[in-house]
Design a protein around this ligand. Sequence first.
Ligand code: F6R
Length: 607
Amino acid sequence: MCGIVGIIGSTSVQSSIIEALEKLEYRGYDSAGIATISENEILCRRSVGKLSCLKNELSNAPVLGKIGIGHTRWATHGAPSIDNAHPHQVGKVALVHNGIIENYNELKAQIISEGGIMVSETDTEVVAAFCNMFLESGMSPEEAVSSTLGQLKGAYALCFIFEGNEDLIIAARKGSPLVVGWGVEEMFVGSDAIALAHLTNQLTYVEEENYVVISRKEAKFFNFEGKEQPSKKVFVNSESVLVTKSGYRHFMHKEINEQASVISYALGSYTSFDRKRILLPNQIPSFAKMDRLIISACGTAFLAGHVAKYWFEKISGLPSDIDIASEFRYREPIISKKTGAIFVSQSGETADTLAALRMAKSNSIETIVVVNSENSTMARESDIIMPIKAGVEVGVASTKAFTSQLLVLAALVIEAARQRKKISPKQEEEFINQLFAIPRLINEVLSRENEIINICSELANAQDILFIARGPLYPLALEGALKLKEISYIHAEGYAAGELKHGPIALVDSSVPIICFAPSNILYDKTTSNIHEVIARGGKVILVSDKGGLSDFKGDVWKSFEMPFSEPFILPILYALPAQLLAYYSAIEKGTDVDQPRNLAKSVTVE
Ligand code: F6R
């Protein structure tokens, strides 16, 4: 949450900083700001609202200067306001921050007791105040930053500039990501590679609990004890991080439409050339030695893990627990030497999932991360990386990352089943064939998008919507509800179909649409019994099923959507499509901001 950037350029930096912030807006977009140094003076502009508001302000009052920092905010402490927006300047220092300073109350009290004045409600301003205090006591900028870091508890990526010095940025990280970009007589620093893609393809990822001293010519890396650290440059393919909407109205719609090709690509990386075996791209987890598996993640990634729990237990016979990462950490789970752990994350930076991964590592068990961002902190810290290869996902609502996570988890399940001798080579080949059918089936669903648009023209009027399903599709009911809530702001809940009568059915009346995922499989009869219970109470049912399932249903449904028939194993991947499209077109109907829904951010780097 919050995107930060810093540039020491050879010409004016205002436009490059704004371009970087545009790329970082997915991390937060409730206010934004920029500070540069010109003629030794810090110039700062901040505005509330999206970046476009800051751009308007800058068109009236541009900032000059060849050095600057920028910020796009997702508020944690203090509502979006000019005073709370970053950069925060105190005396001779200005800074931007991503993260949370947990002991800010204590630090604030200390500053106020010494006669200092705090103008914002943020946790960040204290950092600037401490740094300025150390500068005033005669310390150099580097000493002042280092002493300031010594005061801070919590998580942060920070970027400092200093009045009177047009050739110095100091940036530091603890818990939040930070990357340095190398140019010619220019240097850059930002929250991620995407922010810097228009500026350079040479990057160095800043290590945990390190700070970096940046001048126009070079960057030097230090640990928090002040000892210089070796650094490694990586070259990124700018194409892979440069993102455009390619003619689509929204990134989310583009990303929904990319799923067939993204899955084909991932399949190529996870299967043998003759399509007979799963071939994992990196190290092989030792599933045969495990007696239990923990899967942990947040949000949509958690729901991918939830599907995987069903798969691991049924197909590979490996007892599996699924845990929300923020709960896993604090519930003191029992972890034996034979436990394995899988963490699922698009960004690889989600604070709760990262903390859960670190907790698993501290128990010396094998950790596997299913991740999109291959240079992320989770990718670097886990024992085994399973990249989902989905490409950059910009829409705040996760779509292609979810189906790619499922695909990679499915590959891991087949690998586990083979290692644990639960499937024969022939069965392995059959599972792989089923996976290879997914891209075609996804395209079939997408070819019927117009029917979803029609459904949503009425669905979007509802105040409350329920999703129900059974078995491995139950997490898809949860995902359908999550997606709908987050981008259309319609209240929605997902339930296991059999659970409805234990309470939620009290909500059912003629104003509540109930979306039922009920493919014609072994659970069809049980699910349709639950649908009849709903219809008997006046509920408006939207039945999502295959041709057989729709024609076998004897009852009045409000609306229906036909899915292609498919093998049960791959159903969760396919039913993600109607879940995503129903949310997308309901949001379009309601006119909400699909790619940047209110109150949300894509990479949740605070706990
Ligand atoms: C919902 C969504 C979020 C993320 C969650 C975890 O559409 O995108 O629920 O899935 O914040 O993020 P990652 O996968 O980056 O760990």
